[in-house]
Design a binder for this molecule. Structure first.
Ligand code: SF4
Length: 334
């Protein structure tokens, strides 16, 4: 499944087909095994990411978006489905072959405080992947790390300092440097700014955009902050309870969201002038249901302001194409 609209693309770097991740529940005590014994974190996701594209993946906490990022990189194993990197299926590859792909596919995690070893210097942290994946000498590694420090906006004398000596934004620069040191062509950015102060977020986003362009990166940007993707992403998929509910060009999706969930998320974005009331009637109510005991029919029907009655409660809508966009809703014949 793919949409590219009229936009010229260079071909996919990542393709995902019917990807599923069900986490078994420990000590559930329920027998026989049934769907109730699993958390369906990702439930049949398909999309592709084009070369040099910034692809956004959005949704509320617990919708499965971070799990998708980890599945693509095979940091966790899929229950079923396929992931292709430059045409090569990687879910079925033995671990030894995945190791060979690691330098090309990297991740920046959400929390720069937790993702850096406090006992190691910045130089050691950034050069670790070079130790594991290359045969470079110590001196060559040091040269590369010093170059990378400059790329990510840090000073050369930061090489010998420790993570606790840095601010949140600087730590995320270190994490980005570590992710880029092997010269990857695909980068997963998993909420890379959500642990940072608002003032620092924009600086880190600008750095990511600059490096993406300079290093010809293709990116998957995962976030709950839809407003960020308005400016960042070329295309965007919105997830709800393990499924994609809408996928479109970002501009189209923000200007004219079709799925009731997309409309509600966009309506909830803070407005520059809060006195001027939003004309939208789409506001989200209630909490996201548990993905252990999923709602019947459309998974969004318990919160949908536009539900059609029985059909939405009983029939699961399919993801269908509408005018070059993809949507999962009975309002559009799904
Ligand atoms: Fe709402 Fe029904 Fe569409 Fe689900 S299928 S989003 S409940 S209108």
């Amino acid at each position: 499944m793919d949409i590219n609209g009229s936009r010229k693309t260079l071909g996919p770097i990542i393709e995902i087909q019917n990807l599923k991740k069900y986490f078994p529940l420990k000590h559930s005590g329920m027998w026989p095994w049934s769907s109730m014994n699993f958390v369906k974190a990702v439930d049949g996701i398909s999309f592709s990411i084009q070369l040099k594209e910034m692809f956004g993946l959005a949704g509320e906490s617990g919708c499965g978006k971070s799990t998708v990022g980890r599945l693509i990189l095979r940091l966790i194993e899929a229950t079923s489905g396929m992931v292709f990197y430059k045409g090569k299926e990687i879910c079925s590859l033995p671990t030894s072959e995945i190791r060979g792909l690691r330098p090309k596919m990297q991740i920046v995690f959400q929390d720069p405080y937790a993702s850096l070893n406090p006992r190691r210097t910045v130089g050691d942290i950034i050069s670790d992947p070079l130790v594991v994946h290359t045969k470079l000498s110590r001196r060559e590694r040091q040269e590369k790390v010093l170059e990378m420090l400059e790329h990510v906006g840090l000073a050369k004398d930061h090489y010998y300092r420790y993570p606790h000596e840095f601010s949140g934004g600087q730590r995320q620069r270190i994490a980005i440097g570590r992710a880029l040191i092997l010269n990857p062509d695909f980068l997963v950015l998993d909420e890379p700014t959500s642990a940072l102060d608002v003032s620092v977020q924009a600086v880190i986003i600008n750095l990511i955009l600059k490096l993406k362009s300079k290093l010809n990166l293709s990116c998957l940007f995962i976030t709950h902050d839809l407003n960020l993707l308005r400016f960042l992403s070329d295309r965007l998929a919105i997830m709800y309870l393990g499924e994609i509910v809408e996928l479109a060009e970002s501009k189209e999706l923000f200007e004219d969201p079709l799925h009731p969930y997309s409309r509600a998320l966009i309506a909830s974005i803070p407005r520059p002038n809060p006195i001027k009331k939003s004309s939208s009637k789409f506001f989200l109510e209630g909490e996201i249901p548990s993905n252990i005991d999923l709602p019947s029919g459309c998974r969004f029907h318990t919160r949908c302001p536009e539900k059609l009655g029985k059909k939405c409660k009983t029939d699961p809508p399919q993801l269908i194409e509408k005018d070059g966009r993809w949507i999962r809703c009975h309002l559009y014949g799904g």
